[in-house]
Write a new protein. Structure first.
Length: 702
């Protein structure tokens, strides 16, 4: 490989994914880091030779170095999540320490730190005019360098850097263990009675998995059928299977993932928590939670726990009623006397109760939600609210898999492209990590010619793929997930901030980062939006109004139990990162189990090792921050309430409010504190009232 053929040196534009082979990454990453080290050294030398300098002299060369690394290593990270292989995993593991080392080098440059501080000082003295965005970028950059150990003595700094590298390695291993454990568990079902109650779509999916595993004769009608722990198979199986012992086996497999054998994450968890605690203390903080809160809206752990408690009280009362209703239904439908409700029963009996109470069969709704129709409805909503057009542009950008789509976003007023996004919608067990997420491909910024580089997003889901002649038919939950991730994408794509450090989601506080995503979920319960996208894939018939009414009525179904689950995760996260210590007598898993027992609607089983598969906390960036989902949900519900207040049928008012929302939440990104952005849009501080109302938890309704 030469410098002219190294794809990692490109550093701009659409990545040529097919060139990012394990061999190219292994050879190209060291060369890129050499280039960046030389560029950084030149920048430091220029700054050291100047007594005072401008914003452009400090920030532009710094951003150029940061952006080249973000672009290249971002592609590598992206491919490990969507096209995992042993070779790719190995080269990522080999190169990661050097990448972490360079980030440490960058974040601990005393020359850069002094330059940033001087820019701040000269601005305060009135010698250097800076706008509000520049001031915020400077403040957070100084803060970030301090959290990266720029102020540490050399011996402490070396220990800090070693721990940072180690934490990156452990987080990657943790995530790989979850992927491997999920992939390795399977259950082959050969008897028709074993698939009793399963919908046709799930039997098709399980038969396809069986064929892929070597059972070429497998059919949906005759089997065999292979069950796995990926959510497109596991979720519907737990909801629909009439075989209680099989539900139990699948549930135990899921909650015990990565808790034993070669993929045991227990020792990694203790090491990660210990290293985080030590890092916090090196930086002068008592706990990792205090480090985390530096970049949050919340001011303290106590403030977070007050929110948890405010939501817990009504949720716990509702959850107790919900579980009693499930027990009563089970008795009515012939469950054996003395059979106690267990966690693997909740999804099944909830589905039965949902069908009885609302005559709503979540699997039977799939034919009305083919992916293409859902996309049309989603795009139509965005046109209505935000004055944009979304147009297919497949073939205009390289992709990493044949299933990946590409779209451009066009501003209606300007009639010019202002953004683009990739959509990778389907589950690929064994290759693609579970869950759904949005990530940055390109960030809005101005190039050397002053032209705007339009932002490009990755939108990744794990929904049911097409089976046989049927397209991807989505559950309503998958529809909500797509809307959620698209909300993240809109905040990335519709930013108008030209400073890339504060464009889109950059510098948005972590506990406001879910505002735009959860806001979009609310529109899944807006009748015109649903009617526009819900059409039967074979007949074209619209979703009957009675079915929409059932969906709407079922929105708050089991809301107390669901809320408690999330609050328990948030409290468990705080327990580990604000109170647990390396010398604690209680193990991390015991502390987690204790909180789960106290908070959950139904206590966890003894084998429950959810902590071993909880990637959000140990490899996903949510350490001491899982509460942010609920904090953001308060903001998103209150933001949507503004639309409810003007009347969702008041088209002119909705369009005006959509423009206001685009011009604040979606446009301003991290250029202002999230609290200020929210107040500009809403005209007041946020309130929990809308979230409790939307969840049916006000006045004890559920």
């Amino acid at each position: 490989m030469t410098s002219t053929t190294n794809p990692l040196l490109l550093g701009h534009g659409f990545p040529p994914y097919e060139q990012f082979t394990p061999e190219a990454i292994g050879a190209g990453m060291p060369e890129l880091l050499q280039h960046l080290e030389a560029a950084l050294a030149r920048h430091e030398a220029r700054l050291a030779a100047l007594e005072e300098f401008t914003w452009e002299q400090v920030m532009d060369p710094l951003h150029h170095v940061e952006e080249r690394l973000r672009w290249a290593w971002g592609v590598v990270n992206h491919l490990t999540r969507v096209c995992d292989s042993d070779a790719l995993r190995q080269v990522h593991s080999q190169q990661q320490p050097a990448v972490v080392e360079f980030y440490n080098r960058l974040g601990q440059s005393q020359t850069l730190y002094n330059a940033l501080r001087q820019l701040q000082q000269r601005h305060r003295q009135g010698l250097l005019p800076l706008d509000g965005v520049q001031q915020r970028i400077l403040t957070t950059a100084v803060q970030a360098m301090e959290l990266q150990g720029v102020g540490l003595e050399p011996e402490q700094r070396q220990a800090f850097n070693d721990a940072t590298t180690r934490l990156a390695e452990l987080s990657t291993r943790y995530s790989n263990h979850v992927l491997d454990a999920t992939k390795s568990w399977s259950l082959l079902l050969k008897e028709p009675r074993q698939v009793d109650g399963l919908p046709e779509s799930l039997r098709e999916l399980m038969a396809a998995a069986a064929r892929e595993a070597g059972h070429g004769e497998a059919t949906a009608a005759a089997g065999p059928w292979q069950l796995g722990l990926d959510l497109p198979r596991y979720g519907p199986f737990l909801r629909c299977s009439r075989q209680r012992h099989l539900r139990e086996k699948a549930y135990q497999g899921y909650v015990s993932r990565a808790s034993a054998g070669d993929t045991d994450n227990h020792p990694l968890i203790r090491k990660i928590l210990t290293l985080r605690h030590q890092q916090a203390q090196r930086l002068g903080y008592t706990t990792w939670a205090q480090v985390s809160l530096v970049s949050k809206m919340a001011g303290s752990v106590e403030e977070i726990e007050q929110l948890v408690e405010d939501l817990r009280r009504p949720s716990q009362l509702a959850a107790a009623r919900e579980l009693e209703q499930l027990r009563q239904l089970a008795r009515e439908m012939g469950a054996p006397e003395g059979e106690h409700l267990q966690p693997w029963d909740v999804s099944y009996w909830s589905e039965q109760l949902r069908r009885r109470r609302f005559d709503l069969d979540s699997e039977a709704l799939r034919p009305w939600f083919p992916l293409e129709q859902v996309l049309a409805g989603l795009f139509g909503l965005c046109e209505r609210l935000f004055a944009i057009h979304i147009v297919p542009a497949d073939g205009e950008a390289p992709t990493w898999h044949r299933d990946v789509r590409f779209f451009r976003v066009v501003d209606q007023a300007q009639n010019t492209p202002i953004a683009a996004f990739y959509l990778d919608p389907y589950a690929r067990p064994g290759q693609k990590r579970g869950g759904a997420w949005m990530d940055e491909c390109l960030v809005r910024q101005r190039n050397h010619q002053g032209q705007v580089v339009v932002p490009v997003a990755y939108l990744i889901c794990n929904q049911t793929p097409p089976v046989n002649s049927a397209p991807s038919l989505m559950t309503f939950m998958e529809v909500e997930t797509l809307f959620h991730e698209f909300g993240h994408g809109l905040q990335h794509m519709l930013t108008t901030i030209d400073h890339p450090q504060a464009a889109g989601l950059n510098l948005v506080e972590d506990d406001a980062i879910e505002l735009a995503s959860q806001f979009m979920e609310n529109w899944c319960y807006d009748q015109p939006t649903v009617v526009a996208m819900a059409r039967h894939w074979q007949t074209g018939a619209p979703l009957p109004e009675a079915e929409f009414e059932k969906i709407s009525a079922a929105r708050t179904f089991m809301a107390g139990t669901a809320m408690l689950r999330q609050l328990g995760f948030a409290q468990g996260d705080l327990e580990l990162h604000a109170r647990w210590r390396p010398d604690s007598q209680e193990s991390p898993e015991a502390a987690w189990h204790r909180i789960a027992t106290a908070m959950a609607a139904l206590p966890p089983i003894a084998e429950d090792a959810t902590i071993c598969g909880f990637e959000h906390l140990f490899s996903g960036g949510y350490a001491a921050g899982y509460y942010t989902y609920k904090w953001s949900e308060v903001l998103s519900a209150d933001a949507f309430a503004a639309f409810e207040e003007v009347g969702l049928a008041n088209e002119a008012a909705i369009r005006r409010l959509g423009k206001d929302y685009r011009d604040t939440v979606l446009s301003l990104g991290g250029s202002q504190p999230a609290g200020e952005v929210f107040r500009t849009f809403r005209g007041r501080e946020p309130s929990t009232e809308a979230l409790l109302r939307h969840s049916g938890l006000v006045g004890g309704r559920n």
